[in-house]
Design a protein around this ligand. Structure first.
Ligand code: SF4
Length: 167
């Protein structure tokens, strides 16, 4: 998966080193939307496709199997927009899927005019394992933080909802 922050034809790619396969195209798109920080309702064609019987968007009852996990810390060349969003982030050895999930989240907040209300830095990466820091942690590696979003990697949608609850 190499989604784009805000435009399907590219411009701000976010490399996540994931391949998603499924036999329900609606469910697969619903899952990918969540990974990019969108609610299902924010992507209208998903409900349209569900309503004509092309599949289901019921993520709560989806049978999702993770075959393996890429825990390499990969840093592709970020676009200017991604660099702008990364100013809110302090990273230490983050996996590409985790970092990719996180970078989508501040963009979703920015679209809603909420990003400038974020007062604390966001920490992410394997370097924060067993550490206790001020600020907001992303992923199970930061479970020592008082405030953190669980998941390995967490979904951008969960990160968006958590950050919104703090601002
Ligand atoms: S929480 Fe998981 S995916 Fe995120 S940096 Fe830690 S090991 Fe990697």
């Amino acid at each position: 998966m190499n989604g784009d922050l805000n435009f399907e034809e590219g411009g701000n790619p976010v490399q996540m080193n994931m391949i998603i396969a499924g036999n329900d195209p609606v469910l697969t798109d619903a899952y990918a939307a969540n990974l990019m920080g969108f609610s299902i309702e924010e992507v209208p064609y998903i409900r349209m496709a569900e309503s004509i019987g092309a599949g289901t968007a019921d993520l709560a009852n989806a049978d999702i199997i993770e075959l393996n996990k890429d825990i390499r810390s990969v840093k592709p060349m970020p676009s200017r927009r991604v660099q702008h969003l990364a100013r809110y982030v302090v990273e230490d050895s983050a996996c590409s899927a985790c970092y990719g999930s996180l970078i989508h989240a501040p963009d979703r907040l920015d679209e809603k005019g909420l990003l400038n209300r974020l007062r604390e830095k966001i920490y992410i990466g394997q370097g924060y394992r067993n550490r206790r820091c001020e600020g907001i942690g992303i992923g199970t590696c930061t479970s020592g933080f008082e405030k953190y979003v669980g998941g390995c990697p967490p979904k951008a949608r969960d990160i968006v909802e958590y950050l919104k609850s703090l601002i």
